[in-house]
Every structure is written in C-alpha cells, then in structure tokens.
Write a protein that binds this ligand. Structure first.
Ligand code: WA2
Length: 255
C-alpha cells in the first residue's frame, strides 16, 4: 500500500474509534444524569450533583479531542448578570493553566456547568484544593451560584484512584486524585422550604449567617431585621470544621 492510503486508513480508524468512544461516554453521562435524578429525593436540599475530572495541562488537548468540546472558563458575576440563555457554548475557552477541573457529568438541574473548569471559579477552586488535600467533605463560603444567581454553597468530595496509600499525606492525596464530586445548595430556597414545614412562620424571624470570619459575618438567609428584641443564637454545623454558621431567631412581636 502506498503511504497515502495508509495515512487515510489511520485517520478513518481514529475517527471511527473517537465516534464510538464518545457514544459510550454520552451513555455514561446519561446514566449519571438519570441516576442522580432518580435519587434526588435522598438529597432534598441540593440543587444538583456534578462530577469534574482532574485534567493536567499536558492532557488537555487529548481530553478536548476525546470529548469533542473545549474546557470553558467560568464567567464571574460582573461578566454575566442573570441571563436565561446561559449556555456553555457561549463561554470562552479556558486560558492555559497548570491543571483544570472540567465538569463531565451532571444532574439535569445543573447541566449548565458541563464543560466548565471549576478551578476557574475562586470558591469552587478553593473547595477542590482543600477537598483533595484533606480527604474530607468541604464547604465553600456563600457565593452567587451560576445561572440561578442565588446565594448558595458547594460541598465537594475528592475521588481518588486505587494507588492512594493508607494514611496518605496531603501530597499523596493530591497525586492520587482523579476527580471531584460536588453538590450545590441554593440556601434561600432550601431554608424557605424547611421553615415552611414548621408552623411558626408568622411568629419568628429567622436569619442564617456564615460566621467563619467572626468580624465579617455573611448573611445567607433572611431579611434585614430592624429594631431590637430578644434574640436567640443557635450554632449550625454543616460538617466542615473550617466553616462556622449561626441561626439567629427573634419573635416578630414584643409580648
Ligand atoms: N455547581 C453548581 N452551580 C455552581 C457551582 C457548582 N459547583 N459553582 C458555581 N455555581 C462539580 O466541586 C466540584 C460544583 C463543583 C463540583
């Protein structure tokens, strides 16, 4: 055979193989979306779950070829005020970085984050770095979630390969990391839903704060409360020892 024919055969094989690999991959994504939808009742307070892959810069080209899309950069709030036509296709490709964390699987409810590099958003990035070095579930501070633009938090767990040694050091954890499983929580709607289940809505005013930085608490839920009146503060433990939260309650009417 002449060199031309050999080259053509090689290209045809590559295209056929890529097509089949992508079909299998799409099937897997569909399975993730269906499974997470079916089990959504077990996570009543979450917006949606997604899985992002650890991709080193040296792997980017091969990754993008295999998936048939480019790794996108997350738009910050000022670049994208609430817009309904938000689609990954309209986002810019991520500039070169040492590594990326593109979302490859998602629950339907957060399908708008597929292909976005989660390391390009400050809160998501901090979570990813802390989750993989610690092996613990970690929580972000409250920030405006993509698309909904509601205040929320993200919970992240790192996924490791089988090479993770027993009693690993943070470096060994980082090395053995393959991806990140995360869930987003829309705080206003979840607290609202919860409080509605209690019969006391007319009686008390509830506020929830992130008090991790005690001199600069961040309000996560509730309207500004004017006037004094007796206040009770309850601690709320969301499972990340690095984050502190409080619920502040008051009666609406003085006795
Ligand atoms: N999920 C949903 N909406 C978001 C968001 C997010 N992160 N970040 C900003 N808006 C796949 O930690 C890995 C989910 C990130 C996980």
């Amino acid at each position: 055979m002449n060199a031309n024919i050999i080259a053509r055969r090689k290209e045809t094989l590559a295209n056929m193989c890529d097509e089949r690999a992508r079909m299998l991959q799409d099937q897997f994504n569909k399975t993730f979306a269906e499974y997470t939808a079916r089990t959504a009742f077990e996570r009543p307070l979450t917006n949606g779950v997604a899985y992002a892959l650890k991709v080193l810069h040296s792997q980017r080209e091969e990754f993008e070829r295999q998936h048939g899309w480019k790794i996108k950069k997350m738009e910050t709030e000022d670049q994208s005020p609430v817009q309904d036509d938000y689609t990954p296709e309209k986002l810019d490709p991520s500039p070169d970085q040492d590594e990326y964390a593109p979302v490859i699987f998602s629950q339907e409810t957060v399908s708008h984050i597929v292909s976005i590099d989660m390391m390009s958003g400050k809160e998501d990035r901090d979570n990813i770095l802390r989750a993989r070095a610690s092996g613990k579930g970690v929580l972000t501070s409250p920030f405006n979630l993509l698309k909904s633009n509601h205040l929320g938090v993200v919970l992240t767990f790192a996924v490791y390969n089988a090479d993770l040694p027993p009693n690993p050091t943070p470096e060994e954890r980082i090395e053995a990391t393959v991806g990140y499983l995360g869930a987003s929580f829309d705080v206003p709607s979840l607290v609202e839903k919860l409080l509605h289940q209690l019969a006391s809505k007319q009686t008390i005013v509830v506020n929830v704060y992130d008090t991790t930085n005690s001199s600069a608490p961040i309000k996560m839920y509730g309207l500004d409360v004017r006037g004094a009146g007796e206040i009770h503060i309850s601690n709320v433990d969301f499972g990340d020892p690095l984050r502190k939260h409080e619920m502040h309650c008051r009666f609406k009417h003085e006795p």
